[in-house]
Write a protein that binds this ligand. Structure first.
Ligand code: GDP
Ligand code: MN
Length: 389
């Protein structure tokens, strides 16, 4: 799960990490009063959408007068913002965050992320803060510093010194920088984050390190330990199908291809996606109906898969371990009564009561259903149908 910049900054504040003074608004009407309350002579108005690259897309604007604050806020709320991360459909800005502008001495990039290859968190830092970090990492990777952290011993001072030296920080700034980085690592750990990114982290003219931007990605499986963070969920930002699936105990992730998948078990679902790719197809979604799938869950699964208009065929791949195959077959038959399944459905069933299940499907005489003899056969059939139609 991701959260908004202003929410990340609330968390930073609880840990005493310096942030600019700011206020969240959904309406421009009292923006001037709010800016007066913040104080200062310049303000930054920032679109609160789950995306980076807002600056370049017009989602971060500097207001040099109170009149400007109102004008920019009024324009921004309700506007569609298209960044290099939102896709061409963009996102509607529902909230803006107004901050008192900071006088910047220099900008850095600082992040903590999980390095899956090293199997540890790593600190990523760069003296080229505030810019498009993906671009820098491609064009001048020498400006990106990565330091792995041993989770047993944590983030140590010597690593902070090493980092600060590689960033060429002025000597006097080093202790404060280390304190900032250590606090960030503490948040990363305590909140079960997968990513925390501060870009830019700035040294202000009055000598402080301040998080001018903040991004946090959290581990969904650990959210039960963080109800305060879970409450920050913004359903507008999430794929509606994915949230609805969650309510029914399904895990669904929409992808770009045209072969829909319905599978029980996350591992089998991954393997199914691999084999579809292997035989030349493109997967439209990940869908794990879980171990205890009922007829109604299967029906819901079909309903959600079919909302994606790119779908050309569906591959149902079930291994009957905990769940019995005949129950799934009945679920499919039941689903065809309630959901208009207008694409061919290739079904591969194996395990407990697979034979009975195949009989049930054959005898149901539903025209769109094709029973596959094994996994490879099923994947091939589903992919052929996705290309042909
Ligand atoms: P992003 O483009 O989505 O990453 O949004 P950011 O929050 O990083 O803002 C983009 C850029 O606006 C930053 O890199 C800064 O250069 C600039 N910016 C943001 N806040 C301030 C501020 O308070 N003062 C100044 N001078 N620049 C700011
Ligand atoms: Mn940024």
């Amino acid at each position: 799960m991701n959260i908004h910049e202003y929410q990340v900054k609330q968390i930073f504040k609880e840990y005493n990490l310096p942030i600019p003074k700011g206020v969240i608004l959904t309406n421009y009407k009292n923006s001037i009063d709010q800016a007066i309350d913040l104080g200062g002579k310049m303000w930054v108005i920032k679109a609160q959408i789950h995306s980076g690259g807002r600056g370049l897309a017009g989602g971060v604007k500097i207001a040099k007068s109170l009149k400007d604050v109102e004008k920019i806020t009024k324009n921004m709320i309700g506007m569609k913002l298209i960044t290099n991360q939102t896709g061409p459909e963009g996102k509607i800005i529902e909230k803006v965050y107004i901050e008192k502008a900071v006088d910047i001495e220099y900008e850095l990039y600082l992040a903590i992320a999980l390095d899956r290859a090293l199997e540890t968190p790593i600190i990523i830092a760069s003296s080229k803060g505030g810019m498009d970090i993906e671009k820098i990492s491609k064009e001048s990777p020498e400006y990106i510093i990565k330091i792995p952290i041993d989770t047993e011993i944590g983030f140590k001072d010597f690593q902070g010194i090493d980092l600060a030296n590689k960033l060429n920080l002025p000597k006097d700034d080093i202790p404060r920088f280390i304190k900032f980085a250590k606090t960030l690592y503490k948040i990363y750990n305590e909140d079960d984050a997968e990513l925390i990114e501060v870009n830019p982290l700035v040294k202000s003219k009055n000598g402080n390190y301040i998080a001018l931007d903040g991004k946090m990605g959290l581990d969904d499986s650990a959210l039960y330990r963080h109800h305060d963070i879970e409450d920050m969920r913004d359903l507008h930002e999430e794929n509606k199908n994915e949230s609805e699936a969650k309510e029914y105990g399904l895990s669904y992730v929409q992808l770009d291809g045209n072969v829909g998948c319905m599978v029980n078990g996350a591992g089998l679902a991954m393997a199914t996606m691999d084999i579809i790719k292997h035989v030349g197809g493109n997967v439209a979604n990940f869908l794990d109906v879980g171990g205890g799938a009922k007829a109604s869950t299967v029906a819901k699964g079909f309903e959600i898969i079919l909302r994606n208009k790119k779908i050309k065929s569906i591959f149902v791949n079930i291994f009957g371990g905990i769940v019995r195959c005949d129950r799934i077959a009945n679920g499919i038959i039941e689903a065809t009564k309630n959901v208009n399944i207008n694409v061919p459905v290739v079904v591969r069933l194996n395990g407990t009561n697979a034979q009975e299940a195949k009989e049930l499907l054959k005898n149901s005489n539903i025209e769109n259903i094709i029973v596959a003899s094994n996994l490879e056969d099923g994947a091939k059939k589903a992919v052929e149908l996705s290309i042909k139609l």
